[in-house]
Design a protein around this ligand. Sequence first.
Ligand code: AMP
Length: 575
Amino acid sequence: MEFSKLAGVFEKLEATSKRLELTDDLAELFKATPENEIKIVAYLCAGVLLPEHHGVDLGLGDKFAERAIALVSGKSVKEVETDYRKTGDLGDTAERFATGRKQTSLSRATELSVKKVYDNFYKIATLTGTGSQDLKIKLLAELLSASDGVQAKAIIRFVTGGLRLGIGEPTILDALSVARQGDKGLRPALERAFNMTSDIGLVAELFFSKGIAAIEKIEPQPFSPIRPALAERLDSAEAIVKKLGKCAVEQKYDGLRLQCHKAGNRVEIFSRRQEPMTHMFPDLIEKIRKTRCRNAIFEGEALAVDEAGNFLPFQQTIQRKRKHGIAEKGEDLPLVLVAFELLYLDGKDLTNEPFHKRRELLERIAAGSGVEVSRTLVTDKEIDVQKFFEESVTAGLEGIVAKDLNAPYTAGARKFAWIKYKRSYAGHLADSVDAVIVGYYIGKGKRTKFGLGGVLCAVFDESERRFKTIAKVGSGFDEKELASFFAVLEELKTKKKPDNVDSVLEPDFWVKPKVVITIVADEITRSPTHTAGATETRSGFALRFPRITVLREDKKPQDATTVKEIEDLFELQGK
Ligand code: AMP
């Protein structure tokens, strides 16, 4: 397929945020896509080269893209930069400079294909070693020199991560169904397949080549991560027992969620966002290997412990995720792995089995391996749930997770199969909020030297796939943290408001919505200064007295707290 076709659809999609239109335009694109290219087209639409677990990341910096644009347009990097400052969008700059070129240039003789674009992207993402930087710029320039304005814009937005989030996986799944059947009826089956594989390209390809019957047969496979089940929240033992009746309550551990895959001697570990993380946990591998089974997929929480075996706070556990000094950190910060779910065992998919059965098998395979299992209590009594909660909190944990004994594993979805009930200090919200930074303010007064005065934070509106602001946060970080945090935000700075952000406030600088932080606050109020949950007749939600607690490198922007969750928290607090 010609790349102009894909770029044309991207251009059209940019102009609408209406889900229905998005779906129909995408469905038309998929109908026109040859079967052997549907996989890469699905990836490109989702804004990725490959699923996260392949560990291939394109994300090029703006500087890099500026050099490629300069090379092709014959302008200096300085001129490109000046134009970027004017347009505020490097994609727009690429478009202007590309259309400014003579259309008769030799390389335009052959139309750019989707495959060529994908291949060059892949090489750019994977080249390493001396001279690779220059080669990458050449590969990007090669694409730009064969592009018209619309194509150049799409290419630059893709490589710099500036494609808007409008086309999320749910829209792609809807569109696949519409393309083949004329309606969205096949979405549930496609969605389950996606949740089991975390691979939108694979699902699209299998669906187009083998049909829905093959999709329905997809089962979990070791080394292909399953999308994580998420918890709903309630704020009392009474509400939990009312909702679930007899249930299992478990301690809620505040660590790093890991999905462990084992087949024979091979072990791989994935993060909650499906990144490969095996190399970071050499000390856990042996324990996972010793579990009593041939092959398995199970989930647990990894936590750093002190010498006495007490769990340390998340801030300390996450140090292990930082790339450097893994071995040394292993000695300084020993980890325990507390397992709480079993999804697959010895060739059998367990995701549709009731929780009580998965739990029983989990206990069996973990016994004697060194992998611990979460502490649990099965009860139908409110008083027992409350006592268990209080014991957990006294032990320094976040709270509890209550589980529906008969529920399947709800991959990729937030359902009442799991309910979290978290500690809240008097006068505080029942839960912390994971927010995405969309802008920042320059430090004033005593903070001038750290650069950063505060950050503008947003939550995720799932239905519109947009980030909506909820708080301006200036406190929580100490001086050292502020300085290093500032460096991260500087890298993500953009000159105008990102397309997928809704905000009334204007920060000093906008940043691409990438960084997730956890915020605690006293309460949620209504405020006209924020856009989260705002409608024509109602003000948005705002966090009162917000403080940053930790940088959540384990969460993607789309994993941030959603507007719907904020509404639920607002309701909970009203009671
Ligand atoms: P939250 O991240 O606050 O939405 O809470 C859900 C998270 O709690 C899961 O993603 C897990 O990482 C974590 N968690 C800790 N302990 C448990 C447990 N016993 N069962 C399930 N999830 C747990």
